[in-house]
Ligand binder design. Structure first.
Ligand SMILES: [Zn+2]
Length: 96
């Protein structure tokens, strides 16, 4: 089965890299016009925790999501890269 873009569902062979805590990851998905409730459920599956626990999830997680170039551009993120290729990480800024 070919991978598909996590937001538009079209086949894609590129990924975006994310790094941050639960709240940050939900905010990232909301940049793709995903409803907050749906984004929270998606992140809970990625983190393998309960949706209610996503916002309490303080640990930084690194993961990649398949995403096409069009959706990344719409969300104003840098272009995705083929899996396994070093690329720009959409990382949470540390406060302070
Ligand atoms: Zn897409």
């Amino acid at each position: 089965m070919n991978p598909t873009c996590f937001t538009c569902g079209e086949p894609t062979n590129t990924v975006l890299y994310f790094s941050g805590n639960g709240q940050w990851l939900v905010a990232c998905l909301m940049a793709f016009d995903i409803h907050p409730d749906q984004a929270t459920v998606m992140v809970s599956k990625l983190l393998e925790c309960d949706p209610d626990a996503v916002f309490d999830y303080a640990d930084h997680e690194d993961f990649s999501l398949f995403c096409c170039g069009g959706c990344a551009a719409k969300a104003k993120f840098r272009p995705p890269v083929p899996p396994g290729t070093p690329g720009h990480v959409i990382a949470q800024k540390t406060s302070g």
